[in-house]
Design a protein around this ligand. Structure first.
Ligand code: C2E
Ligand code: MG
Ligand code: MG
Length: 564
């Protein structure tokens, strides 16, 4: 252990506290070859220097008689402060009597003044530092009995110690043996143990007596702390070869290695290896890879997503979710006429600020939470339609988005009718948008549900049409009332010929199906003119208005009521 600690090291740091410059110089000269030396000329100065940098000091050499604050006072403070008590203190004194009393107050050794033999002083310093480092290294068992590698706790503690003196870039590695539980079952526990021992031996041999160390974390998981290296392919190859040299094995054993490159010194040691393990576990069931690198950005993204998931319920309860409305205008008459609106959710997160649905809807679609959110939007929209109807005596039908997971909910109809009834609305006043890609998932089931909804009077709009690759064959049987042309065709229609052709194709399909088209994402006059030319009946987009909070949308209703 000492060997490794003393290799490739940065010097340990000693604080010399003495009010006499000559004494500081003498000690400094003796120590400076082997240590980094800092100086203080009284107790107060010493404490000021130590505060916040406690961990960087390996030893304090302390004079007792000093102005401002004596060595005795420093000794008392250090021994009663848990942050300072792990630094050994050697007292410097001429007074024979003071030796015994200072050792009683917690000094670890003393050096007599005047100083004569530098070797003796150096040896004393070295011995005390070594003793303390051993003491600070945990006292629990140091080795894993099966493999002889370090135990988990010892490993982490050891790295913390090395870390103080080592500024070289290091990698944290987690290694797993694939399907180890099966190996135990097939070859028995002793077979499994032999493989673990082989793995440990080759890891130890790889590390040699360099600055890297390893431990067996749990079961078949090994952690390796390795000087940074570009490429670990050869290491994987060597470990696999060695393990597979066990004579009793009938099938090849594979390992997985996750690497957290160039560990971030501001993070806790345990975290470095958690991250390496995360990369390692990410390869489960992926038989094409044996090696993966931890991706900080990916991890941050996952943490962010986990936060959104855990915050959703509270945000619904706190009304942090708000429904915005974007108008759809009929454009084929003399003037654009407000025909309807789409309800679009917004998340005003109390800490993360405004989050766009693009960042949380796909996430909540993946885990089913979107159902709760959709239901919230339907409820809000239902109440809003009724309120507008009451106030302006006109109905502005609102389309709500229906996720694919809603479609498979057997209570869907019941929920929708419940909302209509509660607000005194009919199926003509709340339209349903279903994205085209949902149709390709389980077309039969979807068609059945949609047919039922239509039979009960609901109008169905196929959202993002053109992005879902529906087959032409399916289109002829699909039950829909409106096609919403995918936004990217519109945004590119005047930039490239292909998009323009696709817009025309969507128009042709709509004529064939005898349903109107809503063009989404219309942002300027030229796009509008072109779409009108093609016969597109309804337009939604920033050209007319962005999605608006309900109060602002009311302005549009008021204007419409005046013009009508
Ligand atoms: P979507 O249903 O296709 O909604 C249209 C999106 O286009 C909206 O984005 C709208 O703000 C945006 N948009 C409208 N006009 C323009 C324009 O002229 N230019 C540009 N660049 N964009 C325009 P938003 O609100 O960010 O919503 C994104 C998607 O999130 C929606 O696409 C929908 O799939 C989903 N979403 C929104 N609210 C809900 C909801 O309550 N439930 C479900 N399941 N999904 C929702
Ligand atoms: Mg939509
Ligand atoms: Mg859309």
């Amino acid at each position: 252990m000492k060997n490794t600690l003393n290799k490739g090291l940065i010097k340990r740091r000693i604080l010399v506290v003495d009010d006499e410059m000559i004494n500081r110089e003498i000690l400094g000269n003796m120590l400076c070859d082997g240590y980094e030396v800092s100086y203080a000329s009284n107790g107060q100065e010493a404490l000021d220097l130590l505060r916040g940098t406690e961990e960087s000091f390996s030893l304090i050499l302390l004079d007792l008689m000093m102005p401002v604050m004596s060595g005795d006072e420093v000794l008392n403070i250090c021994r009663s402060d848990p942050r300072l008590s792990s630094i050994p203190i050697i007292v410097l004194t001429q007074d024979e009597d003071a030796e015994a009393s200072s050792i009683r107050s917690g000094a670890d050794d003393f050096i007599k003044k005047p100083y004569n033999l530098p070797e003796v002083i150096l040896a004393r310093c070295e011995r005390i530092i070594d003793l303390y480092e051993k003491k600070n290294l945990i006292d629990t068992t140091e080795r894993d009995t099966l493999t002889g590698l370090y135990s988990n706790d010892f490993f982490f503690e050891y790295i913390r110690q090395i870390g103080q003196y080592n500024s070289d870039p290091m990698d944290a590695i987690a290694m797993d043996i694939e399907n180890f539980h099966l190996i135990n079952e097939i070859y028995g526990r002793s077979g499994g143990d032999e493989i673990l021992k082989k793995a440990a031996d080759i890891i130890s041999a790889e590390l040699g007596d360099g600055t890297g160390i390893a431990c067996r974390s749990v079961a078949d998981t090994f952690y390796i702390y390795h000087p940074a290296k570009e490429d670990y392919d050869d290491l994987v190859g060597r470990i696999e070869k060695e393990i597979n040299s066990c004579s009793f094995l009938e099938a090849k054993i594979r390992i997985r290695i996750g690497i957290n490159k160039n560990v971030d010194m501001s993070e806790a040691v345990e975290q470095w290896f958690d991250h390496a393990k995360l990369a390692c576990d990410g390869m489960r069931r992926d038989y094409t890879r044996t090696l993966a690198y931890y991706d900080r950005e990916l991890n941050d993204r996952q943490l962010h997503q986990a936060r959104l998931i855990s915050d959703m319920d509270a945000s619904i309860a706190n009304h942090d979710f708000v429904v915005f409305y974007q108008p759809k205008y009929g454009v084929l008459g003399d003037r654009p006429v407000l025909r309807s609106a789409e309800a679009l959710i917004r998340w005003k997160h109390p800490e993360l600020g405004m989050i766009s649905p693009g960042s949380f809807i796909p996430l909540f679609e993946g885990n089913g939470l979107v159902q709760k959110l959709d239901r919230f939007v339907w409820e809000e929209a239902g109440a809003q339609i009724a309120a507008w109807k009451e106030q302006y005596k006109i109905t502005v039908p609102v389309s709500v988005n229906v996720s694919r997971i809603d479609i498979y909910d057997p209570r869907l109809e019941e929920i929708l009718f419940g909302i209509l009834e509660k607000n005194g609305l009919t199926t003509k006043e709340m339209l349903l948008e279903i994205t085209e890609s949902a149709y390709s998932d389980n077309a039969d089931r979807l068609i059945e549900v949609v047919n039922n909804l239509r039979a009960k009077g609901f109008r169905i709009e196929m959202d993002d049409f053109g992005s879902g690759y529906s087959s032409l064959n399916m289109l002829t049987t699909i039950p829909i009332d409106v096609l919403k042309m995918d936004m990217k065709f519109v945004s590119n229609m005047l930039k490239d010929e292909k998009s323009l052709k696709l817009c025309e194709l969507v128009m042709d399909i709509s004529r064939f199906l005898e349903v109107p088209v809503v063009a989404e994402g219309v942002e300027d006059e030229a796009q509008l003119a072109k779409l009108k030319d093609m016969g597109c009946e309804i337009v939604q987009g920033y050209y007319f208005s962005r999605p608006l909070p309900a109060e602002e949308f009311e302005e549009l209703i008021r204007k419409e009521a005046e013009l009508a």
